[in-house]
Design a protein around this ligand. Structure first.
Ligand code: SAM
Length: 289
């Protein structure tokens, strides 16, 4: 074969493999959070069909155990990081989180995924709030939530360990953390993102967490639960609307309702509340300009 064609063919195949790895296997994670969010925007309308979640499994393996771990907490407040199309909020609401007076905030960077979540969760009214923001800095005060969850997403974040620390930061003392870690064959192609089991275990134990449990869940994921150190907050310490617990990404001030959106009394920035989705990303972009 002509060596030029050999080089061109080899180069093209190499490039195709690189693109396949970056965009399909790694879902854009090495190209930054905005690329990941964009890839999820592209698949948002088909995501649930692709995943084929089984409501009974979701209740049995995730929502039920989480709610049992929250027994004794009146009106629990839950944060689902990288909520996607609202899988976990939906499972918790099916298991009567709202009947217990609980509320849930779902945070994601992909507007497309959040719009799907909104459509599915509309029936549940303000029991669930949706927030567009990057998980690497959670816009809440320390110790805000009784439970913080993150399913099938940590491996798509540039610094999964830092996101875990953020999740523990916003968890109340005695609160419950529920996260997945990517395992299996494809995890080998996500260096620095999917953590080897012993590394993940060590990381969880190094956080201020107790009762760390890691167990195989699906072929590609381990499921881990743990509790933040410290005593659980007194019952009835009061659920509030998660939207009114949001902090301004620019100055850290507490946001308040203003007209059809949210505003920061400190720096006067406004944030859109579009069809019930609080968008805290646009304002962050403006800050950098
Ligand atoms: C595989 S989906 C999982 C969604 C949902 N947790 C579930 O189990 O169905 C990954 C989600 O992570 C979100 N995501 C990825 N990187 C993010 C980031 N840095 N901040 C917020 N969300 C992010 C994506 O937009 C996507 O919705």
């Amino acid at each position: 074969m002509n060596p030029v064609w050999f080089l061109v063919g080899g180069g093209t195949a190499g490039l195709a493999l690189l693109v396949y790895w970056q965009m399909i296997v790694a879902e854009g994670t090495y190209l930054g959070p905005r690329v990941v969010a964009w890839t999820y925007d592209l698949v948002a309308s088909r995501y649930d069909d692709i995943k084929q979640f089984n409501p009974r499994d979701e209740s049995w393996f995730v929502a039920g155990p989480l709610l049992r771990a929250l027994d004794g907490v009146e009106r629990p407040l839950v944060l689902d990081v990288a909520t996607g199309t609202g899988r976990l909020p939906l499972a918790l609401l099916r298991e009567h989180l709202a009947a217990r007076g609980g509320r849930i905030a779902g945070l994601d960077l992909s507007p497309g995924m959040l719009r799907r979540a909104r459509a599915k969760l509309r029936l549940h009214g303000d029991a669930v709030r949706l927030i567009r923001h990057d998980a690497s800095r959670l816009p809440f005060e320390d110790g805000t939530f009784d439970a913080v969850t993150c399913l099938e997403s940590l491996e798509f974040m540039p610094r999964p360990q830092a996101v875990l620390r953020e999740m523990v930061r916003v968890l109340a003392p005695g609160g419950v953390l529920l996260v997945t870690n990517r395992v299996g064959a494809e995890a080998r192609f996500l260096p620095g993102r999917a953590l080897a089991r012993p590394h993940f275990q060590a990381l969880m134990e190094a956080l201020p967490l107790r009762e760390v449990e890691i167990r195989p869940w699906q072929a590609s994921y381990d499921l881990s639960t743990a509790r933040k150190e410290g005593a659980a907050r007194p019952p009835g310490s009061g659920v509030r609307d998660p939207l009114l617990l949001l902090l301004c990404p620019a100055c850290g001030g507490r946001l308040a309702r203003a007209g059809t959106g949210l505003a920061c009394p400190g720096c006067t920035r406004h944030y859109a509340l579009d069809d019930g989705i609080a968008d805290l990303v646009i304002a962050r972009e403006r800050i950098g300009t």
